[in-house]
Write a protein of this length. Structure first.
Length: 487
């Protein structure tokens, strides 16, 4: 018999963003500086090299001392801080059931170490959450989306220092408590596995504060602290509001073997664990056995406190959320070339796939496979909280934007979600990344656009900031309106 392909009735359609990529207003409302506020745009010729900054303390301080000559795009975002009402009205018009934001930690605890929260920051998110509710949009809130206070990085070297766990927990408890009547879906750390390739933005780590030759150990120590902090946030959430649900979030990566050579297949399994390690801990509550050998072989000795085992075990996430953009290929060392140990993303070519202008290999079927892998492993609800195509858009003379490439990308991924649901996967929602154009995480460019809504702003920060609808706006509106029937 034919299988019916359809989405459940209460499926949460929407879009996803992060404070540091949209809000701007970096020095308003008592906000402190975060690690993102010292990131400059990547050179256009480096677009395809995934090279995330890992500065020394001196480089950060030099950047701060030279502020007026530098451009830090994430300080300005797309001015969502002031324009959120206008933007939410557009999301409502799109038919959004849900909208994912993050709270900028630095609006609540500007340096991360204060005893008392900053009321102006708390009030801002009250207003924003109320506005979403008023428009019938269910918020999903990420506690940490690359936004750690810069002070915690400069003072303590970021997440590798255990003190950060307590500072984070105070922040998490503050907002979980404050917004308990307003938020039902929480996410702890955005792409928690990204720390393996992005020690500064994801972990606040600084090059000079890591002992020579010890980067991998320091990174896993920082990851351990984030995992413990994530479990403490889960504990707080369940205690404060038993009705709420809180999930983990990973950069959803599927690693294919370069060939059927058994060593390539094994290399793919090993790389796959760079994603699964993080979800294994958060969804199963303990370090998986395969990490023991990995730690031994890389001379990694972690400082794990006796109570951590208990904390991890007793505070499992309610759902597993993921981003998904592309798949990658893994190969045995002889063919893999220079792929650094610990890097999540490999850059081997998959001859069967096309890539975006930024070199990301587009693979809708990989999403179906990955969803199945996650669901079989955890049997917990899954939530796709990011997916989309970063592309150059052309504004026509009449102002229209014909982004059929984006529609094509999203359509093919949504089709595969339907297949996965038919396979038995429990998928609760889908939030497309960057429903409104925003500053890119990895390159800090504006020209890498994901939106259904165009923002008139260029890479240098010039533009009217006016919003306009792309063709994909009307398409996604139909998709949501038909609950995924009309693609
Ligand atoms: C994810 C992040 O890595 O992918 C987002 O959670 C990010 O913050 C998105 O923006 C797309 O990446 P980029 O580098 O194209 O902005």
């Amino acid at each position: 018999a034919n299988v019916t392909l359809k989405f459940p009735d209460n499926f949460l359609w929407g879009g996803a963003t992060a404070a540091n990529q949209i809000e701007g207003a970096f020095d308003e409302g008592g906000k402190g500086l975060s690690v993102d506020d010292v990131i400059e745009r990547i050179k256009p010729e480096d677009r395809k090299k995934l090279h995330l900054p890992f500065p020394t303390s001196k480089e950060v301080k030099d950047a701060l001392a030279d502020e007026e000559n530098r451009h830090f795009p994430k300080r300005y975002g797309i001015d969502f801080y002031h324009r959120y009402k206008e933007d939410i009205a557009l999301f409502k018009e799109l038919g959004f059931k849900t909208f994912r934001i993050s709270i900028a930690w630095t609006r609540i605890f500007p340096n991360g170490v204060e005893e008392e929260p900053n009321e102006a920051g708390l009030a801002y998110y009250d207003d924003l959450l109320d506005e979403l509710r008023k428009n019938g949009i269910e918020p999903i809130v990420t506690l940490s989306h690359y936004e750690m206070p810069l002070h915690l990085s400069l003072e303590y070297g970021g997440w590798k220092n255990r003190v950060v766990v307590d500072h984070f927990t105070r922040y998490a408890r503050t907002v979980l408590e404050r917004y308990k009547g307003k938020v039902k879906y929480w996410i702890t750390f955005n792409e928690i596995n990204s720390i393996l390739m992005s020690p500064f933005i994801s972990g606040g780590m600084l090059r000079d504060k890591v002992e020579e030759g010890k980067l991998l150990e320091a990174t896993f120590q920082a990851a351990h602290h984030q995992l413990v902090a994530s479990a403490k946030a889960v504990e707080a959430c369940h205690e404060i509001n038993p009705e709420a649900q809180i999930g983990c979030m990973v950069l959803g990566m599927i690693n294919y073997p370069d060939s059927p050579h058994p060593e390539d297949v094994h290399a793919a399994l090993t790389d796959q664990r760079k994603t699964f390690f993080f979800t294994d801990v958060q969804a199963r509550g303990h370090y998986p056995a395969y990490m023991n050998r990995f730690f031994k072989e890389h001379d990694i000795e972690l400082d794990i406190h006796p109570e951590d085992e208990h904390t991890l075990k007793n505070n499992l996430v309610d759902f597993v959320s993921l981003s998904y953009y592309m798949s990658t290929v893994s190969a045995r060392p002889e063919t893999a070339g220079e792929q650094a140990v610990g890097n999540i993303l490999t850059n081997l070519k998959n001859p069967y796939l096309e890539a975006s202008d930024w070199g990301w290999q587009i693979d809708p079927v990989g999403l179906r496979t990955l969803l199945n892998m996650f669901y079989e492993r955890y049997e917990k609800p899954l939530f796709i909280v990011e997916n989309g195509l970063g592309a150059f858009d052309k504004v026509e003379e009449d102002g229209s934007i014909h982004d059929d490439y984006r529609i094509d990308y999203l359509k093919k991924h949504i089709e595969q979600m339907k297949e996965a649901i038919a396979d038995g996967v429990e998928l609760i929602g889908y939030t497309a990344w960057g429903p409104i154009d925003l500053v890119s995480f990895s390159t800090s460019e504006m020209s890498k656009r994901y939106g259904f809504i165009y923002v008139d702003l260029d890479d240098e920060g010039n533009g009217t900031l006016n919003r306009s609808k792309k063709d994909s706006f009307y398409w996604y509106q139909r998709v949501i309106g038909s609950n995924g029937e009309e693609l």
